[in-house]
Structures are given as structure tokens and as C-alpha cells.
Design a protein around this ligand. Structure first.
Ligand code: PAF
Length: 279
């Protein structure tokens, strides 16, 4: 695997590959890689000639400085995992390579930015779009792979692509889960052994909803799920929403593409999960 830390060197290398007719598949990450990330890479490998993964803990998308500080950064083991998985190129820039001092960014993401995650993490999606735009501009991928776990992020990036008319196709890859159902996340390592057990309530509740979903009882089911999560010790739901998967508005009985999304604090760790109920 070739490792680049500067935009210039990566751009030159990719230009050569593009000139030779290779397609480029891109997996942007913040590192602390787990099987979920590696499954994105596997999809990229199946669908493109050259795979580029980026590892960059993007400061502009953290609204809590403590969260940024404690974000895991196990770069050596991440590199080993990517090597082993057969990734072709890693882009691992420092903050100064990605940002000039006092850089400004604002994209009108509409109400999608103010719903769900947006309500609890103000400014988060401005930071995400800012860095993903920069990464797309450097890598110029044909395809970019994102996980369904960050469902709203996927919709937001889709919107950015539409707004800025970018030439990249997004691919959503399914959520990978631990054997007991917990969605894989870089944040899971912060869970204490006890909280790790309690965290299962998120996927359990989503599964329960999936089995009991009735489009005529959306409000009732939503309240029931929110309540089930809050019954679990040391778990506090921020939201549990049964939504239209296209725009994240509350789902109606007639909504065809329905997704349930949840965010909760488990001990001190904030986790998100979701499940597509019908599409
Ligand atoms: O999903 C993530 O890990 C991040 O939000 C992303 C897309 C790499 C941007 O920093």
C-alpha cells in the first residue's frame, strides 16, 4: 500500500492512474478501523480498479472539543489492517495539510441539517461536508463508499453532490453488527464492559420494531421504542424517529421508504443506529 500525507503527491499519483484508464473507489474514514470500514473497502475493491482510503480525524465536524480529543487514533494498527485488506492507497494528512487558518465554509443543506443528528450536533454536517468536499476534490473518485450506519450523513453528502454538481457516485453499504447485534462503531471501544451490555438495547429495539412495524401505528411505536431504550440502565435516548428515508421527515402511513433512526448516550458514549423498515 502506498501512503501519502500531502495533497500534491497524492494528486500526481492519482492523475497518472486515471490517465491509464483506472477507476478510483474512495473510502473516507476517521480511522480506528473496524470490520465495518473494511467492508466498505471490500465493496470499493469489487467495484473499482484502484482503492483509496483516507484517515483524517476532522476537527471541524466535532462540536465538543473533548470528543475530538478522545477520538481514538490507532494509526499503526489501522495501517496494518488496510495492508492486510489489500487497500492500494492510504491518504493520511495532518490538519495543516487540509485546512488553512481561519477557513470559512457554509453550504445551504436545508432542513436536513437541522433534523435528528443536526439538532443534537449543531454545525456537525457543515464540518462533514467541508472535509468530504476537500477529499473529493483531491481524490476525484468515480465512486465513494459510505456506511448506512451514518444514514443522515449519506443523505447530506448526496445533497452536497447535487448542489455542487460533483461527478462522483455514492454507494451506501450495509451496517455491520457484532454477533449480539451492536452496530460496529469506532466509539464502541469507549464502552465499559457493563455499558457494552446495555448498548445492545439499541439494536434489540430496532429489531423489535422491524418485527412489529405497522404503518398505521407510527406514533405509538415510536413512543414505545423511545421508552424501551430509556428503561435500560445507563442508557438515555436522544431521539428515536420513524422517518421517511428520503428526507427524514416523520413517516406517514403512506410513506414507502421508512427508516427508524436512534441516538442514545450509553454511559458517556454517544451511539447511533438505524434500520430500514421498508423501501
Ligand atoms: O463517517 C466518517 O467517518 C466521517 O464523518 C467522514 C465521512 C470520514 C468525514 O470526516
Amino acid at each position: 500500500m502506498k501512503i501519502f500525507t500531502t495533497k500534491k503527491a497524492l494528486t500526481e499519483h492519482l492523475e497518472k492512474l486515471r490517465g491509464e484508464g483506472y477507476t478510483i473507489g474512495f473510502v473516507p474514514t476517521m480511522g480506528a478501523l473496524h470490520q465495518g470500514h473494511l467492508s466498505l473497502l471490500a465493496s470499493a475493491q469489487r467495484q473499482s480498479d484502484v482503492t483509496v482510503c483516507s484517515i483524517f480525524v476532522n476537527p471541524t465536524q466535532f462540536n465538543d472539543p473533548k470528543d475530538l480529543e478522545k477520538y481514538p487514533r490507532p494509526i499503526e494498527s489501522d495501517i496494518a489492517k488496510l495492508e492486510q485488506a489489500g487497500c492500494d492507497i492510504l491518504f493520511n494528512p495532518g490538519v495543516d495539510e487540509m485546512y488553512a487558518p481561519d477557513e470559512q465554509w457554509h453550504l445551504d443543506l436545508g432542513e436536513l441539517e437541522t433534523l435528528l443528528e443536526g439538532k443534537f450536533r449543531p454545525g456537525h454536517y457543515q464540518g462533514v461536508t467541508q472535509v468530504v468536499y476537500k477529499l473529493f476534490d483531491i481524490v476525484k473518485p468515480d465512486l465513494a463508499f459510505f456506511g448506512q450506519k451514518d444514514y443522515q450523513q449519506f443523505l447530506i453528502i448526496h445533497r452536497m453532490i447535487d448542489l455542487l454538481k460533483l461527478q462522483v457516485k455514492l454507494v451506501m453499504c450495509p451496517i455491520l453488527r457484532e454477533p449480539d447485534g451492536l452496530a460496529m462503531s469506532s466509539r464502541n471501544i469507549h464502552l465499559s464492559a457493563e455499558d457494552r451490555q446495555h448498548a445492545i438495547v439499541l439494536s434489540k429495539t430496532l429489531n423489535w420494531l422491524n418485527e412489529n412495524f405497522d404503518p398505521n401505528k407510527i406514533d405509538l411505536l415510536q413512543k414505545e421504542c423511545f421508552g424501551r431504550i430509556n428503561l435500560e440502565p445507563s442508557v438515555k435516548a436522544e431521539y428515536f424517529e420513524i422517518a421517511d428515508g428520503g428526507n427524514l421527515h416523520p413517516a406517514q402511513p403512506s410513506t414507502r421508504n421508512v427508516v427508524a433512526l436512534v441516538a442514545a448516550k450509553v454511559g458517556n458514549t454517544r451511539l447511533i443506529d438505524n434500520m430500514i423498515l421498508s423501501s
